[in-house]
Design a protein around this ligand. Structure first.
Ligand code: ATR
Length: 273
């Protein structure tokens, strides 16, 4: 029988996950069906239960349910526990296993697809919500020279820095946007929701070191405002389409034990974007 998976979110109509997982399944000869499920804002747990009851084997979890998926999981991977959020559910016999593949997806896109080492670099992570939280552990695992978290609401950045301090060997700090003035970074990652609102986070100018990368976790046909501003300052830019494909590949591995190649899928999505 064909194993069933789904992406569950609200909204979910524009999710690229069904195309990505269908391509992975074809390439690895895995017999799966992958659906798009819109869960009511107050009905996430019920949607998961009903899909599980209908022979669902696992799910990708997207906005705004990643924290709820964390709470719903009976067992968690270390990286999901550290992130406090779950983007991948696997329905094992008698339990729901929760994992988080977002951070490793980001790191693989940076290091493998874009050829940008994180080790030894000065990294600025902008934002302190779920997306930033998911990225922090895997970024710190790469041993950056320093990692600064900056957020519009400075207190949230400070809380994240405290939460991850033990994983950071002293290289982690939280700053307000204004306090970034005069500093330079090799990699600046936008993990805020500003691009969704057609805005750029109000960062001071002069942040980008020579050959720096500005990475937006969002993806769009054209540069996001954050990318456009960075490009105007001489930075190289990338959007989050590669991260999307890499986190999906890792989720596929969590479900199927098979790791799909990502290059051709990413190229096809980029052409269709
Ligand atoms: P997600 O799970 O997508 O990270 P979230 O937890 O709601 O969503 O967090 C959204 C992040 O985007 C926060 O860091 C938020 O900043 P605040 O903590 O100050 O709210 C940030 N954000 C949203 N819109 C922004 C904007 N226009 N400029 C700068 N930061 C913005």
């Amino acid at each position: 029988m064909t194993d069933r998976y789904a992406v569950i979110g609200n909204p979910v109509a524009h999710s690229r996950s069904p195309d990505i997982h269908a391509a992975f399944a074809r390439a690895t000869a895995q017999d799966i069906e992958y659906l798009r499920l819109l869960a009511p804002l107050q009905g996430f747990a019920a949607a998961v239960e009903s899909f599980r009851g209908a022979d669902g084997r696992g799910a990708s979890i997207t906005v705004p349910f990643k924290e709820e998926a964390f709470r719903l999981s009976d067992a968690l991977s270390d990286r999901a526990r550290t992130a406090g959020a779950v983007n991948t559910l696997r329905f094992d016999p008698g339990r729901i296993y929760g994992d988080n593949t977002d951070g490793i997806g980001l790191v693989r896109d940076l290091t493998q697809n874009l050829g940008i080492a994180v080790a030894g670099r000065r990294v600025l992570l902008v934002g302190a919500g779920g997306a930033a939280r998911g990225a922090l552990g895997p970024l710190l695992d790469q041993n950056p020279a320093s990692l600064v978290i900056a957020n519009r609401t400075e207190m949230r950045a400070a809380e994240l820095a405290v939460h991850f301090a033990s994983a950071a060997a002293g290289a982690l700090a939280a700053l307000s946007f204004a306090a970034l003035s005069g500093r330079q970074f090799d990699i600046v990652i936008n993990a805020t929701a500003a691009s969704l609102a057609g805005e750029a986070p109000p960062l001071p100018g002069g942040l980008y070191a020579a050959a720096a990368l500005a990475y937006d976790m969002m993806y769009a046909k054209h540069d996001t405002p954050f990318m456009a501003l960075a490009r105007a300052q001489g930075a190289q830019v990338a959007d989050g389409l590669g991260m999307l494909v890499e986190q999906a590949a890792e989720s596929f591995f969590v479900w199927r034990g098979v790791r799909p190649a990502t290059g051709t899928v990413l190229e096809a999505l980029r052409r269709a974007c």
